[in-house]
Design a protein around this ligand. Sequence first.
Ligand SMILES: NC(=O)c1ccc[n+]([C@@H]2O[C@H](COP(=O)([O-])OP(=O)(O)OC[C@H]3O[C@@H](n4cnc5c(N)ncnc54)[C@H](OP(=O)(O)O)[C@@H]3O)[C@@H](O)[C@H]2O)c1
Length: 234
Amino acid sequence: MDNNTGKKIQRPFVCVCAGMSVDGKISNFKRECSAISSCDDREMLYDHRVVADAVMIGANTLRLDDSSLTVKTDERRQKRIALCRSAEPIKVVVVSDADNLRIDGDFFNKGEGRKIIFTTAKTSPEKIKELEKKATVHILGETRVDIGKALDILYTDGIKSLLVEGGGELIASLLENDCVDEIDLKIGNLILGGRNTATLVDGDGFDALSAKKVEFVKVEQHPNFLILKMRIVK
Ligand SMILES: NC(=O)c1ccc[n+]([C@@H]2O[C@H](COP(=O)([O-])OP(=O)(O)OC[C@H]3O[C@@H](n4cnc5c(N)ncnc54)[C@H](OP(=O)(O)O)[C@@H]3O)[C@@H](O)[C@H]2O)c1
């Protein structure tokens, strides 16, 4: 329930899918979009994109990786269309200050997915005008995006399954708001280290009382990586 409006908040099913090194890092210390195993591919990610209504990323992931978040092959597109979905998932970015977001890269220009931006009053009115040429923009908060409201808006827009690809700050933000249902990880056989390297969940952290608990659903062992599927215990 939203305390301000008394309206019941609904949200999509939220699945986090990421590649992680064996020491919990999701990039390397140079913040490169790096491999997490010695034989890396993105097939697991594409499998998730193909069935998701929308894909969400944090602003740093957009700034650093600028992925198009598209679905890879024709066959996979057919699978999406067979599921009565549009050809590609909607792309969503969460950003407190969008003033330094570039709109000439792959996220904004490659692929067919509609774009949605959740931002705050920190973004200047001029930038909002510029972004509105490429995306639907929602201002939800003064300095932080109200994640519950953002997910409510997505649900009302018809998005019933949301794939979250990272990074660690956005995933922390979703977990803090109890907005994650499932985590699917590909754990590579590399150790990346680095005290400031992004991990799967960053943010301020959880203490003994607020720590999130998971139920392991599946573990699969491959020569260079493990697949681990978990559900968040509510
Ligand atoms: N291995 C993988 O599967 C994978 C997947 C995705 C990303 N990555 C890596 O992860 C790294 C980036 O991770 P990251 O943790 O630094 O960044 P991130 O989570 O992608 O983005 C963090 C930014 O998102 C915005 N944000 C998140 N939650 C918000 C909220 N509730 N309200 C307002 N703004 C919010 C803020 O934007 P502002 O900056 O405007 O405040 C924040 O600084 C990159 O190196 C990328 O390559 C890896």
